[in-house]
Write a protein of this length. Sequence first.
Lengths: 375, 102, 346
Amino acid sequence: MKYVDEFRSPELISKAGEEIRKLADPKQHYRIMEVCGGHTHAIYRFGLKDLLPENVELIHGPGCPVCVLPMGRIDDGLALAAEPNFIFAAFGDMMRVPGTHGSPLEYKARGMDVRIVYSPSDALKLARNNPEKHVMFFAIGFETTAPSTALTLVRAKAEGLRNFSVFCNHVTIIPAIRAILDSPDMRLDGFVGPGHVSTVIGCRPYDWIAKDEGKPVVVSGFEPLDILQSIVMLLRQLRNGEAKVENQYKRVVPWEGNSAALRAMAEVFELRPYFEWRGLGFISQSALKIRASYAEWDSEQRFIVPGVRVTDPKAAQCGEVLKGVLKPAQCKLFGRECTPEQPVGALMVSSEGSCAAYYNYEHRKPVTIASSMAV
Amino acid sequence: MCLAIPGKIVELDAENANLALVDVVGVRRKVDLGLLQDAPPVPGDWVLIHVGFAMSKISEADAADQMRTLTMLGETAAAMEEVRGYGLEEDPPEDYGKGWKQ
Amino acid sequence: MATPAAKIRFREPQIEMAHGAGGKASRRLVEGLFAPLLFGASPGPLGDAAHIQINGTRIAMTTDSFVVKPLRFPGGSIGELAINGTVNDLAVSGARAEAIVVTFVLEAGLPTEILEAEVRAMGEAAEKAGVRIAGGDTKVVEHGAADKMYISTTGIGRLLTGVEISPQSVQNGDKVLLSGPIGDHGITILLARGDLDLEADLRSDTRSVFPLVDKLVQAAGAGVRWMRDPTRGGVATSLNELARDCGHGIVLFEEKIPIRDSVRGACELLGLDPLHIANEGQFLAIVSSEHAERALETLRATPGGEEAALIGEVREQPASCVLVTALYGGSRIVDMLVGDPLPRIC
C-alpha cells in the first residue's frame, strides 16, 4: 500500500529506534503524551513500546471522542431514536458503547432500527432511500470528523431533505489539552500532536503549548515510522532545550490547516458555552453545536432531548486514566469488573481507548518479549 | 477520530463534481471532495480519506523527503565521527547536513 | 452424563448477535449453557467434529448451520457454504466426508427460483467435494421468521488413518501452517451487503479443503497435531481456542501471513483486523517441527495450496495467548473476537 508500507519499513524502524536510544539521556526520564486516541491505538497495534528505552514513557491523552462522551449523551441519543419510524445511524465505534439501558447494538437486538455507517453521507443516503423514516445520525469526533458532518448538513439543507437530523457530539482538542496541562498531577515533557485533527486546524493552534507552557509539540502521522520520527524530533528539541511546534506529518498536514473545512464548520457549527467531558468534567467552549440556521437538521433543536446526566460508578477511574494520571492497569476495575466484553467505562469499549488498547494488545505480553525481540 | 487512509483518485464523477472514485489497493469507493474545493484534486492525485471525505492531498515530494531524512538517520552522525577522525572539520562533505532538514 | 441438576454458568438474560459470532460470547454460551446440560461435567475440549466408535469403526460426525446475508455473493452462495463448511469441519478433524443430510428452514414467500438455485449449488458443491447428500428435511415458517432461508447440515465421515488430532498433542516448537490467504470470505460478504459502499474484485474462498488435508496427512502423518478451519472469528479465534486448550503460547509472524491486497485495503479502510475475519476455504494446521517443511512443500505442490505458508510456531510464552510479531521487533497480543467485527473510524 503506497504511503503506508514505506512507513512500516523494518529497516528504517530499527534505525529510528536506535536514534531514540542514542538521543535519550540516561539521566532523564521523558514523559511524552500522545494526545490522539488513534496514536494510542497505533502504538499498541504496532507494539512500538517494545522499541523504546525504559526512560522514554508514553502517556495516553484524552483524544478519544467515544471515551470522553458522557453516558447521558448516549442515553439521550437512544431515547430520541426510540420512535417507531426512526433510524439510528452511527459509526461502528459507537455500537457497543454502553448506555444506562444498553448499547446501540443491544437496542438493535430489542427491535430499534440501528444502522452502522462508514460516512455521514451514507446516513444522508439512508434518509434519501427511506423517505417515510427519520434518520438520526449520532455524530462523534474531534475536528477531523466535524467538517464532514458539516458538509453533510450543508448538502441536506441544499437538498431540502427533511427526514434527516444530526445529534451532535463533536468536541474540540485544544480545550482538552489545556485541561491536561492545568491538571496539578501532570508532569509532561512534550506532546505528540494529533496528525489528522491538524489536517483541519493546522499547526498554529498548538503555539501556546510551546510558547506559554514551554513544551515541544510535534504533529505526527500514524504509521510506526511517523510516530518514532516524532519522538526523535521531540527528544532533539528537549536535548537542545527548545520548545517549538514542528510538523512531522508534512506530506498531509498543511501548516495553515484546511480553510474549506474550517469554513464548512463555521457555517454549520458554533461553540457550546460548555460541555461535559467524561472524566474531565465541564469544559467551556469545548464542543460544537449546530447553528440556528440549521435548526431543522439538529436533533436537539427539533426534538425534545431528555438531558439525562449519568455519573460514572465511583470505582471506575476513567477520568484519571483519560488524563494520563493513571495507567489503565492501575484502575481498580481493570481486567476484573471492566473488560472489553463487559465494559464499565467507554475507555474499555472504544478501540482507541487506552484501556481497551492496552487490554487487547499488551497486558498479557510477557515482560521478556521486548528483550528477545530487540533488533 | 484518526483512522484515515491514503487512496488514489481514479476518476471524477460525471454528474457530481464533488464526488470521485478513489482506489485503495483495489478497494474502491466514492469519496466526497467537498473539503478540497479550494484546490480540487484530479485523477492520479493521492488523497487522505476519512469517513468517506478527502481531507488533504498527499504530497509525493514531502513523503520522499521524509524517507530521505529517515534513511539518513544515524548516517550523518557516523559521517561526523569519520570527519573528526581525519581532522577535517573545516571542510564537511558536500551533502553534510542534508539529513537534518526538517 | 449430564444430570437434571446440572447448573448452567451462562448468566446473560438474553441472546445477542454476538453469541453467534464465533468469538468469546459464542464460547461462553457453548461452555456455559450447552456443555453443562448436554455433555456432562467435564466435556473436554470442544472440536469441530465428534468422534464416535461404532463396532470398532471410528467415525466423525459434525453439524452446522448456515445463516448468511446476502444469500448469493461473489464466489458462492449459502448452498455451497453449507456443503463445503461441513466437508471442511470433517476434514480438519481428520476425516473424509462420506454423507451429508440437510435441513432447510424456508420463509413463506421465498421465490422458488431462489431455492432452486441454492439446491443446484449444493448438488454441484457436493459432487465437486466427492460427498453424497443422503437425505434431508424441510420446514416452512411464517414470513419474517427466517431470513429467506436457513440451512442446517449434519455430516459423517471416515477418519483417516495415521492421524490423531488433539490439542493436548501440541508441543512447544511445533509450527503453524496456513493453507492460503485470509479474509476473502468475510470481506466479500461485508462488501456484498452494500451498507459500506465499497467495491472490490473479491470472491469468497469457499471450497472443500479436504484434498489439501489429505495430502498433508499423507506427508506428515502423526506429525499433524491439530487442525481447524478458521470460519467465524477468523484465524485469531481458532488459535486462541487452541492456546487455551493446550496451555501453550502461539507466536505468529505478521509478515508471513498471506493476505490479498484488496482484503488488506478493506481492513485498513474499515479499521478491521484481518485475523478476525471469516474464511470458508482455508485451514490451519499445527505440525511438528520435523515434518513442517515437508508438509509446507506438499501443500504448495497441491492444486489450491500454492499460497500455503508457515505463519508461526508454538512456544511456552505467552501461555494460552496468541502473540503477533512484526519484523521490526514490535509485537501485540491478538485475542478472540468479542462480537462481530465492526468497522471503525477512530
